[in-house]
Design a protein around this ligand. Sequence first.
Ligand code: C5P
Length: 223
Amino acid sequence: MSKMRLIPIIAIDGPTASGKGTVAQKVAHKLKFNYLDSGSLYRLVGLVSKELGVSFSQESQLYDIAKNLPVHFDGEKIFYKNQDVSDLIRTEEMGLRASAVGAIQAVRQGLYDFQRSFLTTPGLVADGRDMTTVIFPEAQLKVFLTADVAIRAERRYKQLIAKGISANILVLTQDLEERDARDIERTASPLTLATGAKMLDTSHLTVEQAVRQILGWYELTEL
Ligand code: C5P
């Protein structure tokens, strides 16, 4: 068995605003594992393509952006060419652009190696769409985190308001539904429950309860 196989991986997928980012980060923190927020990479490709005026039909340019993304993480912050873009990528516009570029296979290919490079000791919590299926199919624990759309819209609304970004709950609900539909219907890595993934509905759970459930499942996995 290769050494790579022995590094534990917890892969967490689910619809946008299901709380997977917060939960995944806390699980990683508790286990002292590395953390990959793959959604932030798609958001960044969305941002950079907008700034460079590259359209969604220019696949080879999008591939180049994804493949050569000068990005680095520092705790919860994400830097592009040493510029802190953490807030810039978190807007609804970038969420929708991320969903659009995420549907393009060339972008997914461009980001593949970089995402795999997060797999280092002592372990990895990987959050995002195809973590359980394409990027880390060997993950010992796969979780599909979800919540009712109304609850997700309310959570997203509170997050944005807390950051001083104005928001409208009806528009947010529509955006989430639009993004869910696009994520489910697309052919490139659609939003789906992977074989062997455990479903966790967080509609009525606190973050701590969700984290505890995942850690409990992880303890039961055989490495
Ligand atoms: O998780 P987050 O909301 O930041 O992701 C934004 C969008 O990026 C998702 O709705 C999805 O369409 C896309 N994405 C993806 N593959 C990933 C992570 C995110 O296609 N691994």
